[in-house]
Design a protein around this ligand. Sequence first.
Ligand code: C5P
Length: 233
Amino acid sequence: MAPDNNPLIVALDVPDFESAKQMVERISDEANFYKIGLEMMMSGDYFKLIEWLKNKDKKIFADLKLYDISQTVGRAVANLAQYDIEFLTIHTASSSIMKQAAQNKGNMKILGVTVLTNLDQNDLSQMGFDQNLSLEDLVLKKAQLAIESGLDGVVASALEAKKMRDNLGQDFAIVTPGIRLEKIASDDQKRVADVKTALGNGSSHLVVGRPITRSEDPRIAAQRFNKIIEEVI
Ligand code: C5P
């Protein structure tokens, strides 16, 4: 059974309410924190699922990556704050957009998405970003502005986590996706990290999807993650 403050967050990347319910029931008490994103939102059952998860005493990470003008983001955040949501993502943007989100967050914690993990330096150049600014420095710059603007943390890879802890301190959440049970030699170190590396680098929460949800026995898979997490923390 996972402890209450377990850093493991399971990404519930399934298409509809029924499959989400089944997955959560299969994982049982090995996870108490679930990330639900845009796919589930577009199923029409997002808030029904939130209610169901809350009845099961699960914590919710609403990975909606909001991005719009300050007023619109602020109002959307205010509406979401009526629900019992632990984490909400917004894209890091101007300070005024992020401040507006922070002012309306209620009891939620707002995480900034810096640079999406599937973008590389070429994509950024193509998108018009300064070619002299490395992707790592851009991520750090965006994270710094996010924290200064009142966000509670960021979504970041394990490698970025280290840089952020070294440069920006301890007092904010770093939520790291793409976590695997153990180091896999063939994996791109930058994008995928094992539990020990991520926690060692300063990640406060670990998001795991397919290694749990696509395994034959999701409960046993989650238990394996919890065992390694316990050894580290
Ligand atoms: O790969 P996995 O299924 O564990 O991914 C879990 C979640 O983390 C997904 O919702 C995915 O969008 C996100 N992810 C990410 N960056 C990665 C890998 C996964 O943002 N490099």
